[in-house]
Design a protein around this ligand. Structure first.
Ligand SMILES: NC(=O)c1ccc[n+]([C@@H]2O[C@H](COP(=O)([O-])OP(=O)(O)OC[C@H]3O[C@@H](n4cnc5c(N)ncnc54)[C@H](O)[C@@H]3O)[C@@H](O)[C@H]2O)c1
Ligand SMILES: O=c1ccn([C@@H]2O[C@H](COP(=O)(O)OP(=O)(O)O[C@H]3O[C@H](CO)[C@H](O)[C@H](O)[C@H]3O)[C@@H](O)[C@H]2O)c(=O)[nH]1
Length: 329
């Protein structure tokens, strides 16, 4: 019995691989290393460098490793990039997920966990947003993920495997033991960008939009520590293996912070007063989005351990400092 983690060399996937190997699971990673890194993968896991769209390779990996569960992180993740390159996003996120689902069915893999996103809701009408809210993604990225959720529902009904589609809100922070973190080159995520600015890796940070209908006019997001997120995946894996029914669940804490609040936190925790420019809105960005976590707590008994923006930022900064040291070597 082993777990196939696609995208296990990436930010969230590398935390998941550590979480699984810490729990004594056999893990095989499939990653094409476009944005991920082989060095980020826990040494107990094995890496197959390849693409999720390669059905022959998937058949072989699933068969040779006795895979009973797939955790599917591989994908393209930048909202504005998806606006500029929608077909690239539909290929990497939707078409290749279809191939992976086909391989799972052919290989008799019973359990499937999928990285979905809060972007499937667009700008919700109510806060916090529950899983039953209208699905109205505002970007090709969100639509590419929603289509995969739909394929999973249809393929599960036809072929009998079970799945959990976990809709992540904004993932941030790093492994508290310092073993992995967000290493993405040219990252666009707010906390990562702010940490890079605090450490002098960037000259400044630009706030994208100051005229949103929020308290201070900047975008509001629900930032979840990556360790709490991967723990939710561990809970979901146990639930599915124990015979739990298909589950679609939000992964967030249930409260949000504005861009300016995040910037202030990074400045305070780092002690660096980096330059901040105010700019126009970024294409595809909703104004505010905050999770209801009622369902995931009820169905999986998920209990967050790092629900604290200062702690999230501190762990992200610590990782960023380790990247600076790594690049200096
Ligand atoms: N970071 C967030 O805030 C966030 C929020 C919601 C959802 N997600 C989802 O979580 C997942 C992981 O995101 P991340 O932040 O770790 O991104 P990431 O870019 O660090 O990781 C993605 C990994 O997938 C690999 N990959 C990409 N396309 C592949 C393919 N076709 N075949 C094989 N490997 C491929 C990359 O090399 C990389 O290692 C994504 O599916 C993303 O949509 C992320
Ligand atoms: O340099 C920056 C970067 C971001 N922002 C703002 O900060 C907020 C968060 O932006 P991120 O880029 O960090 O994250 P997104 O909300 O765009 O998207 C993230 O969360 C989504 C779910 O909410 C998706 O899942 C997606 O994969 C993931 O990238 C937004 O208001 C954005 O406009 C800035 O002002 N300046």
């Amino acid at each position: 019995m082993s777990v196939l983690v696609t995208g296990g060399g990436g930010y969230i996937g590398s935390h998941m691989v550590w979480h699984l190997t810490d729990a004594g699971e056999d893990v095989v990673v499939l990653d094409n290393l476009t944005t991920g890194f082989d060095w980020a993968i826990a040494p107990e896991a094995s890496l197959v460098q390849g693409d999720c769209g390669d059905l022959d390779l998937l058949d072989r990996v699933i068969g040779e490793n006795g895979v009973d569960a797939i955790v599917h992180f591989a994908g393209s993740i930048v909202v504005p990039e998806s606006v500029a390159d929608p077909l690239g996003y539909y290929l990497n996120n939707t078409v290749k997920s279809r191939t992976l689902i086909e391989a799972a069915v052919r290989g008799g893999v019973g359990n499937f966990i999928f990285s979905s996103t809060a972007a499937v809701y667009g700008t919700p009408e109510t806060y916090p947003v529950s899983e039953d809210a209208p699905l109205a993604p505002e970007s090709p990225y969100g639509r590419s993920k929603l289509m995969t959720e739909m394929m999973l529902a249809d393929a599960s009904a036809a072929h009998g495997f079970t799945y959990a589609a976990l809709r992540y809100f904004n993932v941030a922070g790093a492994d508290p033991k310092g073993r992995t973190g967000q290493s993405t080159r040219g990252a666009t995520h707010l906390i990562k960008v702010a940490c890079e600015a605090a450490l002098g890796k960037r000259d400044s940070l630009t706030v994208f939009g100051t005229d949103y209908p929020t308290d201070d006019g900047t975008g509001v997001r629900d930032y979840i520590h990556v360790s709490d997120l991967v723990a939710a995946h561990g809970d979901a894996l146990r639930y599915l293996r124990d015979g739990g029914a298909n589950l679609v669940a939000n992964c967030g804490y249930g409260h949000g912070f504005s861009v300016l609040e995040v910037v202030e936190t990074v400045k305070r925790v780092s002690g660096d007063d980096f330059r901040v420019d105010l700019g126009p809105r970024r294409p595809g960005d909703p104004a505010a989005i905050v999770a209801s976590r009622e369902r995931i707590s009820r169905e999986l008994g998920w209990q967050p351990r790092f629900d604290d923006l200062d702690a999230i930022v501190a762990s992200a900064l610590k990782w960023e400092e380790s990247l600076v040291r790594r690049n200096q070597r």
